[in-house]
Design a protein around this ligand. Structure first.
Ligand code: MSP
Length: 473
């Protein structure tokens, strides 16, 4: 195991404030960052997220509001941050691509690729989807000639001079990296998709746009009439921060979390860019699915946007974290609904966890025993299941199995009937130690709840307090 780890999420476009789908990714990365901090020590973990503020999508959104791009993107970025803060996302840096250190570093990176002979000027003639901020071939469009991911946006036809990056040069290299798992791309289906994409033939890709078309971006250092293409700019955010914090070296495991729509950029373009500029590659790219809401894509045009704060204000951060982490799109797309969230809340949190905690608290309070728990379990004593392939959903399932076993133990031993004080102390201590171990394991996923349980059962007398998850009416 490498000593350090860098965990990153995609950085969100600032055309609009993020919704619960974007937040899922931050939550997934957050729970793993919290887990890694316990495992490796906080100083060995660095976790970044942020906003992707340049390019057409952001520029047009600002125009529609009659605002200067900088004004618009700062406002949205601030609101995005409020959204993810509401879910207790423990990022170490919220990076904005308009931050000066990123702007400077991006230009330097571009210059290195140029000096290595990987950039050249040519004409791009073809389609462009502003929603994806990506060039498209005809085969990637639907029967109406629109982008399937952005059916309400008019596809653009471009005929412009750009700088191109020699992506094709890296095809064999990328294939070798991914098929040998040196670059570990998962889930398996996505890995095959990436390999198939290489086999299909990698074409060189434009990495600048002319200023007269897109003015909101970082100026190309070799040509004042061109701005750096928004994807080239955005991907570099990982390195801007990773390098400056000492988390882009051989002692660091580098893991990117991204959604399925942007897998290609991370598993194929980014590693080629890094190779070209002489930096080490990431170790892992983990690709999650999409959250749909009651069977529909979450989108502004459908008017079904749900933001994290809409849920957190009603159900609390930990309940939302639990629901999304356990039922979210870890490998495949998943459908969420308020109805299911409320069922899970009542069934697994108010009953389930909440019930076991209050049962034990009442029994312990009544017993008036002065419990002697270890104040803090040492790290070795916490039975942390290793999280295989980032399956936080399985970890939560296992924790709930342990909770069910604990509940069964309480039912079978009927501590409320035990009159022998020594025996009662033994049984309750055992059961509370089990609960404490469960709470330790819960820390990465439901940090506040875990802390409340550990405080309530921290040693000495136990006081029964109000339930952790009051039942919903
Ligand atoms: N700005 C680019 C990413 C640049 S990373 C160097 C971008 N932004 S985005 O705002 O469109 O999406 C950000 C992340 O949110 C992506 O990983 C995307 O897959 C994810 N999601 C967007 N909608 C989602 C759902 N409905 N469900 C789950 N994740 C979703 O792409």
């Amino acid at each position: 195991m490498k000593k350090k780890i860098l965990l990153t999420t995609a950085i969100d476009y600032t055309n609009d404030v993020i919704h619960v789908g974007h937040a899922y990714e931050k939550l997934l990365a957050d729970s793993l960052a919290r887990y890694e901090r316990i495992k490796r020590g906080a100083k060995n973990v660095y976790f970044t997220t942020g906003t992707d503020e340049h390019g057409t999508t952001n520029e047009k959104a600002a125009q529609e509001r009659g605002l200067a791009p900088s004004e618009h993107v700062s406002e949205i970025s601030r609101k995005d941050q409020e959204q993810i803060d509401s879910l207790n996302i423990s990022y170490d840096r919220f990076i904005k691509t308009t931050d000066q250190d990123h702007v400077d570093f991006c230009a330097k990176f571009y210059q290195r690729a140029l000096e290595n002979g990987d950039l050249y000027k040519a004409v791009y003639k073809g389609y462009y989807c502003e929603g994806c901020e990506a060039h498209k071939t005809l085969t990637e469009l639907d029967e109406r000639g629109q982008c399937p991911n952005h059916p309400t946006r008019q596809i653009q036809e471009l005929n412009e001079e750009n700088y191109f990056f020699k992506w094709s040069k890296y095809a064999d290299f990328l294939k070798e990296m991914i098929s040998s798992d040196t670059l570990y791309v998962r889930p398996e289906g996505k890995r095959s998709e990436m390999l198939a994409f290489i086999d299909h033939g990698l074409k060189d890709i434009t990495v600048t746009r002319p200023k007269y078309k897109v003015s909101w971006g970082i100026t190309a250092p070799n040509d004042p009439e061109q701005v750096i293409y928004v994807w080239f700019d955005a991907l570099i955010n990982y390195l801007t921060e990773g390098l400056s914090r000492g988390f882009w070296d051989e002692e660091t495991e580098i893991v990117h979390f991204v959604g399925k729509d942007i897998a290609r950029w991370h598993a194929l373009l980014w590693p080629a860019m890094l190779k070209s500029s002489g930096y080490r590659l990431p170790d892992k790219v983990y690709i999650h699915g999409f959250i749909n809401l009651e069977g529909q894509k979450i989108s502004k045009s459908l008017g079904n946007i749900i933001r994290p704060t809409d849920l957190v204000n009603k159900y609390g951060a930990d309940a939302v974290r639990y629901y999304l982490l356990k039922y979210g799109p870890i490998t495949e797309d998943s459908d969420i609904s308020i109805k299911q969230l409320e069922e899970v809340y009542n069934g697994e949190l108010a009953n389930g966890l909440g019930n076991t905690v209050s049962r034990l608290a009442r029994l312990a309070e009544k017993s008036q025993i002065n419990f002697k728990f270890k104040q803090k379990l040492s790290l070795q004593e916490i039975i942390f299941a290793p999280i295989k392939d980032f399956r936080v959903d399985s970890v939560l399932q296992n924790i709930w199995k342990e909770l069910a076993a604990l509940d069964k133990h309480i039912n079978e031993n009927e501590p409320w009937k035990i009159t022998d004080p020594k025996k009662l102390e033994k049984i309750l201590t055992l059961e509370i130690e089990k609960l404490r171990s469960t709470a330790y394991q819960l820390q990465p996923f439901m940090p506040d709840t875990a802390e409340r349980i550990l405080n309530q059962f921290g040693g000495g007398r136990v006081v029964a307090t109000q339930g952790l998850f009051p039942r919903l009416g």
